[in-house]
Design a protein around this ligand. Structure first.
Ligand code: FAS
Ligand code: PHB
Length: 389
């Protein structure tokens, strides 16, 4: 089998890249480890930057997001039982779109089906060979048969636990990591959101986030200890703890209900450099991870895809390699700024084991400075809205 670009990973990175390339007439084969049902059952991101929204429209998959997505022109930060609003429209004339990653992934799957582009699910033992040669290939098992695809390029869109990143020899790769001493317990409930906009709450008991997927579907998170597991958190215990951490007016008005999904996600900051090795390009979580406090994970995958799509298009249209040669440096420049923002929001809003009274005062001072300073709020707003591609 031969194709121009093999895409490993059928999450948002792989699907969006595949959609953009196929619409350009660039042939791709997408390999996904799990079933489509499994991929679509994962509850992940919820906030889309304008850059990702534009890219989805460019890929011809923006219609349902346009109809069902919620435009948000601000967020609330809450501390000391009060909230204050970061007004994106007034500060930066911008907005984000609330639309679940699950729905975005569903739209991308349907679009790929409609194009009849090649996609294999439940592939095993994917191996990349010759990435640093002129003739790379990908070997894998599918339906019990050993398969091989010869290609021009490989896009490693296979997430943090994929095979692509480790294909780059350890002595050619630098990795930077911070693992946070806590996780996020998330609940999805068929209830109306407590607030029209997201509430990021700092509290002495820990961080809490009130988010949503639609006017009738809410998404809530609370910071939990790393050793916690989901079984020890009943719905009632989750709701009681969430109410303790958000401002009293929100706690009194929140509509609680049965969890339709409940899971704990670990938090880490991680970057692997470079994001290219020969004819292998890393995209999205395969190359970097951010704590979700800044709503950047999915949105960083989008800017990686944009740079790689643009570079491959230049190569196939005109034999111009500048775009693919610049890919890693371009992508990493934006990745590191988002890593900083996500790290700073996580440090500001979470309680860390062993924090000194001085540390707590620094967090409080930063929150009060944000509450009182238009300049500080503008800096937060432009990062949350998404820095330019
Ligand atoms: P993904 O991990 O989504 O997709 C990679 C795909 O590759 C998967 O489908 C996997 O099955 C497949 N794969 C892996 N190895 C393979 C192999 N060897 N062969 C073939 N396929 C293989 N971001 C936010 O902005 N906000 C959030 O609230 C948020 N919450 C998150 C919660 C969790 C539990 C996790 C893990 C991530 C969360 N993220 C969040 C980040 C998340 O949204 C990612 O940024 C986003 O999924 C990145 O998309 P991909 O790069 O496509 O990686
Ligand atoms: C979500 O709705 O899942 C969400 C929103 C904003 C974040 C993280 C998660 O920062």
């Amino acid at each position: 089998m031969r194709t121009q670009v093999v895409i490993i990973g059928g999450g948002p990175s792989g699907l969006l890249l595949g959609q953009l390339l196929q619409r350009q007439g660039i042939d791709t084969v997408l390999l996904e480890r799990h079933s489509r049902e499994y991929v679509l059952a994962r509850i992940r991101a919820g906030v889309l930057e304008a850059g990702l929204v534009n890219l989805l429209h460019e890929a011809g998959v923006g219609e349902r997001m346009q109809r069902d997505g919620l435009q948000h022109e601000g967020i609330y930060l809450a501390h000391s039982n009060r909230g204050f609003r970061i007004d994106f429209r007034r500060l930066c004339d911008g907005a984000v779109t609330v639309y679940g990653q699950t729905e975005l992934t569903r739209d991308l799957y349907q679009a790929r089906d409609a194009m009849g582009a090649a996609m294999l699910h439940q592939v095993d033992q994917v191996e990349i060979h010759g990435a640093d040669s002129e003739r790379p290939q990908v070997n894998f098992i599918h339906d019990g048969r050993a398969r091989r695809i010869d290609c021009d390029f490989i896009a490693g869109c296979d997430g943090f636990h994929g095979v692509s990143r480790n294909t780059i020899p350890a002595d050619r790769r630098s990795q930077f990591e911070r693992v946070y001493p806590f996780g996020w317990l998330g609940v999805l409930s068929q209830t109306p959101p407590v607030s029209e906009e997201l509430i990021y709450a700092s509290h002495e008991r820990g961080f809490a986030l009130c988010s949503m997927r639609s006017p009738s579907l809410s998404r809530y998170y609370i910071q939990v200890a790393l050793e916690d597991n989901v079984q020890q958190w009943s719905d009632a215990e989750f709701w009681n703890e969430l109410k303790r951490r958000i401002p009293h007016d929100a706690a009194e008005s929140i509509v609680t209900g049965d969890s339709i999904e409940k899971s704990i996600a670990p938090l880490r900051s991680f970057v692997a450099e470079p994001m290219r090795w020969g004819r292998l390009f890393l995209c999205g979580d395969a190359a970097h991870i951010v704590p979700p406090t800044g709503a950047k994970g999915l949105n960083l995958a989008a800017s990686d895809v944009y740079y790689l799509w643009r570079g491959l298009r230049q190569y196939y249209d005109a034999g111009d390699t500048r775009g693919i040669d610049d890919y890693s440096a371009l992508a990493l420049a934006r990745v590191w700024k988002a890593e900083r923002f996500s790290w700073s929001m996580t440090n500001l809003l979470h309680r860390f084991p062993g924090q000194s009274p001085f540390d707590l005062r620094m967090q409080q001072a930063q929150l009060e400075y944000l509450e009182s300073s238009s300049a500080a709020q503008t800096a937060l707003a432009e990062n949350y809205l998404g820095l330019p591609y």
